[in-house]
Write a protein of this length. Structure first.
Length: 137
């Protein structure tokens, strides 16, 4: 089955990737979820795939090895072919300066990482309202 909606989940914490992916899958939407462990893998995948026929959302952890979430975001926004992709940053950090830098770099939303599965479910529901329910996100 061809998925026209794709979510890239970039987070170095395997459990957090699993929690957010499972919460999104529980919404029973036809969305392909691609998980990566760092910003470098994310950029390599997004830049190598044909994305013109797909609606894409990126969920980025702020603090990752190799290429951080902020660095990946800056690379996405600097690339004319992918700069339109909505990007949501998640982090355990509450550092207001980092959050401000992320908004200045072009994130569409910042969400503090929850510490419960119920919190991840609430994030998935909010993403559905803000992004998934639209024809193209």
């Amino acid at each position: 089955m061809k998925h026209s909606k794709i979510i890239y989940v970039a987070d170095d914490d395997e459990d957090d990737r699993l929690f957010i992916s499972d919460a999104i899958r529980d919404l029973n939407l036809e969305i392909k979820i691609i998980e990566v462990a760092d910003g470098m893998d994310l950029l390599n995948l997004i830049q190598s795939e044909s994305i013109s026929d797909s609606s894409i959302l990126v969920i980025l952890d702020m603090n990752m090895p190799k290429v951080t979430g902020l660095e990946a975001l800056e690379a996405i926004r600097a690339n004319d072919l992918i700069k339109h992709i909505p990007t949501v940053m998640i982090s355990t950090s509450s550092d207001s300066e980092l959050i401000q830098r992320a908004y200045q770099a072009g994130i569409n939303a910042f969400i503090k990482k929850p510490n419960t599965m119920d919190g991840f479910i609430k994030i998935a529901e909010a993403l559905q309202t803000c992004f998934f329910d639209h024809q193209r996100f």
